[in-house]
Design a protein around this ligand. Structure first.
Ligand SMILES: [Zn+2]
Length: 431
């Protein structure tokens, strides 16, 4: 038995001084703080549930030079994230069949510092493979409505999305940009040119497509990495009609401002793009209202060469932001400035993504849950030094920023995560 005490334990029913009793990797009891004198006493350092990041691109095998299981999960643990769900693409093969899932699990085996689950992929022509892949334990299926950036994971048409939804009763997570509204743009180091090539209308149109597919099929559809706040009324109206649609957003859309992205700074390139500060304000409001259900990283790194840091050409650079280690302090820094308590951040980044994926034993400090715990100093500050990140490639738009909130220690199922920990397990979907 291990007991971890803190004067600030964040439980689903509120923050309080408590002693968390851990047995066999699970939370066996939550007692008054003064009931135990021994154990690990964190004092005023907060004890949070381990965060759940349902949107991580690990890229291994196949593009392991971009990111791999050892580095991604070590970075996750250092950032207070104890569960990740890996996206089906950018690895080779992509996770579009049971065989491909086995290849990916074999690659991850023995390397993971946190618990790892997998999304499957829905691509043109694999609808008949989805039921078996779902049975094999993926948490649902990702589909792209626009070019994904890699040839082996093509987008689906509206008809193909509906075919996939008809094939299996699963959660579908959708990259919602409509190719009809995306514009090619010439080589340019100007962020404004890139932003203009991916207008908000592309998200509005694709989200309409996804909502209609959810409405017709009755299936659950989740909008990934929502950037365009103008789509929020579409989602609200659909939900009011009983359509099963949810949405997430990411730290970069909430905290970065297109008006302040330097030209040539391709570390800020992601799709959909980061928009302006007024847009971010509306995303924060939707998060506060519960219309956006969770905040996840969309950690999607690549090599510095593919980011084209040499030329700063936004047209040629890979789109993706590396942030799995930084999401908690990035969000907490802005949330605090906007008057949100830390409990809100825990809800957005731990409990709600766990609920999205159907993981009741994750993302909460509650009796019976896994003892995934984080000691977090909400008042400490640090300057982001990319070379102190555990990401494989130290390229991040947060470099040099001063952030609030220090992850002091992380426990996975009751065991403290250390540099060489490889105690992560594979998670599979439970019905
Ligand atoms: Zn992604």
């Amino acid at each position: 038995m291990v007991v971890i005490r803190s004067r600030r334990v964040f439980t689903p029913t509120g923050e309080r001084a408590a002693a968390v009793e851990v047995r066999h990797g699970q939370i066996a009891g939550i007692h008054p703080y003064d009931d135990f004198s021994g154990g690990i006493d964190l004092g005023d350092t907060a004890l949070l549930p381990g965060l759940v990041d349902t949107h991580v691109h690990v890229n291994e095998p196949g593009r392991t030079e971009w990111e791999g299981f050892a580095t991604a999960t070590r970075a996750a643990a250092a950032g207070g994230v104890t569960t990740i769900i890996d996206m089906p693409l950018n690895s080779l093969p992509p996770t579009v069949s049971v065989d491909a899932l086995a290849v990916k699990q074999a690659a991850a085996s023995g390397q993971i510092a946190v618990d790892v689950g997998f999304w499957g992929g829905a691509i043109p022509g694999n609808a008949d493979k989805l039921p078996d892949l779902h049975e094999a334990g993926v948490f649902g299926f990702k589909a792209f409505l626009a070019d994904s950036g890699v040839p082996e994971f093509p987008p689906v048409s509206s008809a193909e999305l509906r075919e996939a939804l008809a094939a299996v009763d699963a959660l579908f997570v959708v990259h919602a940009e409509d190719p009809g509204h995306l514009h090619d743009h010439a080589s340019s180091a100007a962020y404004a040119d890139f932003l203009a090539s991916r207008p908000a209308e592309a998200e509005h149109a694709a989200i309409t497509t996804a909502i209609e597919a959810a409405r017709v099929s009755g299936r659950r559809v989740h909008i990934l990495h929502l950037s365009a706040a103008g789509a929020l009324p579409l989602i609200a109206a659909a939900r009011a009609d009983g359509v099963r649609v949810t949405a997430e957003t990411c730290p970069h859309y909430l905290t970065l401002d297109a008006g302040h992205i330097p030209d040539g700074a391709t570390e800020f390139k992601c799709c959909p793009p980061i928009r302006d500060a007024a847009n971010a304000d509306l995303l924060w409001r939707a998060l506060a209202d519960g219309l956006i259900t969770c905040v996840v990283s969309d950690h999607s790194p690549c090599t510095p060469e593919l980011k084209r840091r040499d030329t700063g050409d936004f047209a040629a650079a890979w789109g993706g932001i590396a942030s799995v280690q930084l999401g908690l302090p990035v969000i907490w820094t802005s949330a605090r400035d906007r008057g949100h308590p830390l409990a809100d951040v825990v809800d957005w980044m731990a409990r709600r993504p766990a609920d999205l994926a159907g993981l009741p034993m994750k993302g909460r400090i509650a009796v019976g849950a896994d003892a995934d715990l984080v000691a977090f100093d909400p008042d400490g500050t640090f300057v982001v030094d990319p070379h102190r990140l555990h990401h494989k490639n130290p390229v991040t738009p947060y470099a040099g920023k001063t952030l609030r909130g220090l992850v002091r220690r992380t426990w996975l199922r009751g065991r403290e995560v250390a540099d060489n920990s490889r105690d992560g397990r594979f998670l599979t979907r439970k019905d």
